[in-house]
Design a protein around this ligand. Sequence first.
Ligand SMILES: Cc1cc2nc3c(=O)[nH]c(=O)nc-3n(C[C@H](O)[C@H](O)[C@H](O)COP(=O)(O)O)c2cc1C
Length: 176
Amino acid sequence: MSRELRAVFDRLDTTACVVTTACEDEPAGCLVTYVTGASLDPARLLVLTSHENLTHELVERSGVVAVHPLARGQQDWIRHFGFQSGRDVDKFAGLGWTTGETGAPILQDALGYLEGRVLASLDCGDHTARLVEPVAGALRAADAVPLRAWDVYALGEDDPRSRSLFPRKSGRPAGS
Ligand SMILES: Cc1cc2nc3c(=O)[nH]c(=O)nc-3n(C[C@H](O)[C@H](O)[C@H](O)COP(=O)(O)O)c2cc1C
């Protein structure tokens, strides 16, 4: 994608989330900014995972996900879940988590979560979109302010796979 298109692309913005899954007792999870509500009634989410990621592979096999919106103050989770792969480190060691109804790991320190089952998948290019039916969820910290993807980029914490394309701190619009 050209730098010009990318600059607008990133301003579509979303909430930065940690998406988890588990297959045969192996948990996985990564930072995802391509996530959004897709229908109110019935409730549906869209979650996109990169073909490079362990999390993508395990979602493909398990058909379940849990989506945890990040809150301001949880910047350490950006690096923990977004800059290293579960192929190299155990991301769940030392974190509080339980097993959800679907079998996906539920992170205790998240502001809340939605977990659900994949109803359909669409190969979009280097990511696959999953249409997810939420089956359970809880808001645990009603006052927490969600951490926006744009805030993550402004911290300089861009997706390492596309570092050269993301806007730098100076690219933030005046007044935002
Ligand atoms: C700001 C940011 C946004 C990201 N957005 C996504 C995304 O929307 N979907 C995705 O699959 N990976 C995304 N990633 C990349 C994964 O979080 C990253 O590659 C992670 O290390 C994969 O871990 P895994 O191999 O354990 O699944 C993003 C990373 C960062 C830093």
